[in-house]
Design a protein around this ligand. Structure first.
Ligand SMILES: Nc1ncnc2c1ncn2[C@@H]1O[C@H](COP(=O)(O)OP(=O)(O)OP(=O)(O)O)[C@@H](O)[C@H]1O
Length: 257
C-alpha cells in the first residue's frame, strides 16, 4: 500500500485524470497511486469509466487532462513496461500458440530466435499450456485462449499487468480456474497488477486494495483495503472476513448507483 508520508515513488501514479468523449465525461478527476507489486482491482457500475481508465494507463489514448506516470515517467503511449490482457484474447489465428507468444517477443533486443522460443515455452508452461504449443487458437477453449494471452503479456516481463475483465467471457467454472491460476502466477512472479472486473468476489480474493468508482462521470469513490493473509486460494472466500468485505463493496456500488 502507498504510504503518502514516505518519499517512495509509487509504481503507477494517476493524478487529476479527466477524460471526455465529446459531450460525455467518462472520468472526472481520478487520483490513484499503486505501489510496486501491489494487486489493485477497479470495480464500479457499468459505464463508470473502468475500461477508459485502463486504456489511458495502457497508453492507448490520451487523457483530456491530468497526468499518468510509471516510475515517475509520463505515459505517452503503449510500452513494454505495461502488459495488457483484454476480455477477448486477440490472438493471431494464423499462428500457433507458440508463435503467438514468440511474436510478442520479437521486439526484445538481445534475444536469439532460440531464446525467444524457450521463453515462450517457459511462459506457456507457467499458465498450464505445456503440450499445446503447436495448437492454433481456434482449437482452444476460451479459457485456454486467455491463458495464451496471459503468457504472451507476461513473457516480455512487464512491470505492470493491466487486465480488463480478462475472465468476463468465460463460464463460471473456467473463470474460477483462471482466478486460481492468476493467484498462483502472481505469487510466483510478483508484479504490479491492475484488474478491472465486475466480479466483486474476484476483486476481493485477488487484491490488496479494491478501488470502488462512482457512476459516470467516474471518480474514485472509496478504496477498500483487503487485509486477508496471503497466499490466498479460492478457499479464502469462505471466511466471514471475506464475505464482509464483499458485502461492503456491493453496498458502496449499489448505494452510489
Ligand atoms: N471511444 C469512446 N467514444 C465515446 N464514448 C466512449 C468511448 N469509450 C467510452 N465511452 C463512454 O465513456 C463512459 C465510460 O465507459 P467505459 O467503457 O470506460 O466504462 P466501464 O466502467 O468500463 O463500463 P462497463 O463496466 O460496462 O464495461 C461510457 O459512457 C461510454 O459510453
Amino acid at each position: 500500500m502507498i504510504d503518502e508520508t514516505t518519499s517512495a515513488e509509487p509504481k503507477l501514479r494517476v493524478a487529476g485524470i479527466v477524460k471526455r468523449f465529446g459531450a460525455v465525461t467518462a472520468l472526472e478527476g481520478v487520483d490513484l497511486a499503486v505501489a510496486e507489486n501491489e494487486f489493485v482491482s477497479i470495480v464500479g457500475a457499468s459505464g463508470c469509466g473502468k475500461s477508459t481508465l485502463l486504456s489511458l494507463i495502457a497508453g492507448l489514448e490520451p487523457p483530456t487532462a491530468g497526468t499518468l506516470e510509471v516510475d515517475g515517467r509520463a505515459i505517452t503511449g503503449p510500452g513494454r513496461d505495461r502488459g495488457v490482457v483484454f476480455q477477448h484474447a486477440t490472438l493471431m489465428p494464423w499462428l500457433s500458440v507458440q508463435r503467438n507468444v514468440e511474436f510478442a517477443l520479437r521486439g526484445e533486443a538481445g534475444l536469439t530466435r532460440a531464446e525467444r522460443a524457450e521463453r515462450a515455452r517457459e511462459f506457456l508452461s507457467l499458465v498450464g499450456l505445456a503440450g499445446f504449443e503447436e495448437a492454433f487458437p481456434a482449437q482452444l477453449s476460451g479459457g485456454m485462449q486467455q491463458r495464451v494471452a496471459l503468457a504472451r503479456s507476461l513473457s516480455y516481463g512487464p512491470d505492470i499487468l493491466l487486465m480488463d475483465e480478462p475472465f468476463g467471457a468465460l463460464d463460471a467454472l473456467t473463470r474460477r480456474t483462471m482466478q486460481e491460476l492468476l493467484l498462483e502466477v502472481w505469487e510466483r512472479h510478483r508484479l504490479t497488477v491492475l484488474l478491472v472486473t465486475h466480479d466483486i468476489g474476484e476483486a476481493v480474493v485477488t487484491s490488496d486494495r479494491v478501488v470502488v468508482m462512482s457512476p459516470r462521470p467516474g471518480r474514485v469513490q472509496r478504496i477498500v483495503d483487503v487485509p486477508i493473509p496471503r497466499p490466498r486460494t479460492l478457499a479464502s472466500e469462505r471466511t466471514a472476513e471475506f464475505q464482509g468485505l464483499e458485502d461492503g463493496i456491493l453496498d458502496l456500488i449499489h448505494g452510489a448507483a
